[in-house]
Write a protein that binds this ligand. Structure first.
Ligand code: WT7
Length: 655
């Protein structure tokens, strides 16, 4: 059974009145044809040629979608190189002096890379990776904060056909080891450390600890000197700066990759205890990413564009690196925090760099709202043309605040629904064409087909909550789905039957669709908690907690949180109830070690027992209801109903 009934969520959906696209924006929009959805629908899948046309192909593809699928071979027969598409062709087009990357560091530093600079450093680092033994197909793990060397390394990997696996810098040594192990990755690029709110974090020692844990050996580790105190390096460790210097002016021909070859691997949390590796393709992924960056974010080559996500997540891959660079724009990279040194940092950066398009997450918008409108008001934000959000539902109040206080009522706001698995945007509005409805993401993009279905797999009525399902393949689909020949045959028990579709992908999101086809997202239906737009599997956190000495059992649930959207709460049964304060500290340390500080529960509740069914399964749903202060519903299946009285409601919601 999906762990939660989507219908239970419908009450929380509220959508504001429609807002038409501002005429001044519509006039200049990249997409102005209101008929685009119909055109794509009538001409599917050939319509996706429009996206592929944004790229330079080494060998032309023979078919937009080869075969009847599965397997789904997008742009079959075509070959290309992502690094060439993101760099070389812009240099060749006479745009070598356009700024590709504008970096704002945590300590107030800034650096700009023109397309020519980026070309030089990517080539040099690609040559260095090759010299270290990296071959086409080898997976290179990148474990770095938001410094320019991260996108440089990604593009260098792409240049030589070595898929990268970026691991979020805030993850722990254990989490890095798990991801390197599952990818069988023998190359690592990291840094000595970085500053978090002025305090140094020792990234290299985390990387060292991860290496010790691995079953396989690491061939080479490259270390970027970010703090200026590069520790002594072993024989198999290399200083980034030195390597690049050693390969001064080297050039590396971009390796042609088949459209279906892997561009990168990224891990995400699902219902299992281990993170899942999602593999994205070179052709389909890049085509849809560039296409959506152009049609939804309205990026123009002359724009300065800022996505405030971390490159460690899919948003940063698609919409800091690949999408905007494929279009030849200037993409900003910000290393710091939004409120450091002051709460106007984001607005100051937008003003100083005359940012045209800004893409952020609802969790950030809620924080901006809380800090107050005086911060954006003290800056000139008139360079902004379009605003975007991603990662979690945005409530109409936050939407309107963003629209009014950041966009001055003149910028469209695109609420973009997509996932690590989808690779690129799937459901949102075309900003020059579609009305916006605050609180609703919008309609499926041209060429994308989704349906909201009920428990029986039948389409829901307007306004009724159901399961969001994608019922046609899309270019940026991950390799697991490309290759999946039996999606229905082995769909997990309890999922709605989807047999009436030729093919479908169950997104694990609840949603409702209105009369106009606008989709409102209602949250996950699986055991995944969305904290500030990031996914955490309850099982992953529970296994970190139960590994702590003194913990007998643990269950983790999500409950609403003013700033984070959802926060993690843990119900823990101690072996003995003596010293809760010490145990609490050990649990915090245990989660930090296993995953990282971002997965530490906002609340830990000790309880002598957890609610269980007669067969002994923990009733997480009930705990979730307790944490959310909801009606507990039917508790007749409980073996130990008396425990309910013992469960303290969640403590004060910290941070
Ligand atoms: C989950 C995917 C895609 C980049 C960031 C997250 C939620 C994402 C929206 C939105 C409501 C959203 C969904 C989805 N989500 N965008 N605009 N409105 N919910 O990627 O970590 O793979 O998480 O984020 O629940 O399934 P991710």
């Amino acid at each position: 059974m999906p762990s939660e009934d989507p219908a239970a969520r419908s009450a929380s959906a509220s959508v504001g009145a429609a807002v038409a696209p501002p005429p001044a924006f519509a006039e200049q929009a990249n997409v102005t044809a209101a008929s685009l959805r119909e055109e794509f629908a009538e001409n599917w899948p050939a319509c996706w040629e429009r996206a592929a046309d944004l790229l330079d192909w080494r060998d032309d593809y023979e078919a937009v979608l080869g075969g009847d699928g599965p397997p789904f071979r997008w742009f079959e027969g075509g070959s290309l190189n992502a690094s060439y598409n993101c760099i070389d062709r812009h240099v060749e087009a006479g745009r070598k002096n356009q700024v590709a990357l504008r970096w704002a560091g945590r300590l107030g530093e800034s650096r700009a890379y023109t397309y020519l600079d980026l070309h030089r450093e990517v080539n040099e680092f690609a040559a260095a990776l090759r010299a270290l033994g990296v071959e086409e197909g080898d997976i290179v793990t990148l474990y770095m904060p938001m410094i320019p060397e991260l996108p440089v390394a990604m593009l260098a990997c792409a240049r030589i056909g070595a898929p990268h696996s970026v691991v979020f810098a805030g993850f722990s040594a254990d989490a890095l080891a798990t991801r390197m192990e599952s990818a069988d990755s023998e190359y690592l690029v990291t840094c000595d450390g970085y500053y978090r709110r002025g305090t140094p974090v020792h990234q290299k020692s985390k990387a060292d600890n991860a290496r010790v844990e691995l079953d396989h050996s690491v061939e080479a580790t490259v270390v970027v000197d970010r703090l200026g105190d590069q520790p002594p390096l072993d024989d198999d460790e290399y200083d980034y700066e030195r390597l690049v210097r050693q390969h001064h002016s080297a050039t590396v021909d971009p390796v042609p990759r088949d459209a279906g070859d892997m561009l990168f691997l990224i891990h995400t949390s699902g219902t299992t205890g281990e993170p899942t590796g999602v593999r994205h393709t070179t052709g389909g992924y890049l085509a849809q990413t560039a296409w959506t960056a152009r049609s939804v974010l309205d990026i123009k080559p002359e724009d300065t564009y800022w996505c405030s996500a971390d490159i460690g997540w899919i948003t940063g891959h698609s919409y800091i690196v690949y999408g905007p660079l494929a279009l030849g724009a200037t993409t900003m990279l910000y290393e710091g925090a939004p409120d450091y040194p002051e709460k106007d940092r984001v607005w100051e950066l937008i003003e100083r760099n005359a940012v045209d398009v800004f893409y952020t997450a609802p969790t950030a918008i809620r924080a901006f709202m809380k800090w107050g409108a005086e911060y954006p008001e003290s800056h000139d934000l008139s360079s902004l043309r379009l605003l975007g959000t991603v990662g979690e539902p945005i409530n109409p109040r936050a939407w309107k605040w963003y629209h009014e206080h950041i966009g001055n009522g003149e910028c469209p706001v695109v609420d973009t629904w997509w996932q690590t698995e989808t690779g690129a945007m799937m459901v949102t509005t075309l900003p020059g064409v579609d009305d916006m409805k605050p609180g609703s993401a919008g309609r499926p993009l041209p060429g994308i087909s989704v349906e909201v279905v009920d428990e029986d797999g039948a389409p829901t009525d307007p306004g009724e909550a159901g399961y969001l399902t994608v019922d046609k393949p899309w270019p940026a689909m991950p390799l697991s789905m490309v290759e999946d020949t039996g999606w229905f045959a082995d769909h997990e028990q309890g999922r709605p039957p989807l047999d009436r579709f030729d093919w479908a992908y169950f997104t694990e999101d609840a949603a409702a669709v209105d009369e106009d086809g606008y989709i409102t997202l209602l949250g996950r239906v699986d055991d995944v908690i969305n904290v500030s737009g990031h996914r955490f599997g309850t099982m992953e956190i529970e296994s970190a907690i139960t590994a702590v000495e003194g913990v007998a059992e643990a269950a983790v649930v999500g409950a609403p949180h003013d700033l984070k959207g959802e926060a993690i709460y843990a119900y823990v049964t101690p072996v003995n109830a003596d010293d809760e304060a010490t145990l609490r500290e050990r649990i915090v340390a245990g989660v930090e070690d296993a995953i990282g500080p971002i997965a530490v529960p906002a609340g830990i509740v000790f309880t002598p027992d957890l609610p269980k069914t007669r067969s002994g399964k923990i009733m997480r749903r009930l705990l979730g209801a307790v944490a959310r202060d909801d009606d507990l519903g039917d508790i007749s299946a409980l073996r130990n109903p008396e425990v309910i009285g013992e469960l303290d409601p969640i403590p004060e919601r910290e941070d």
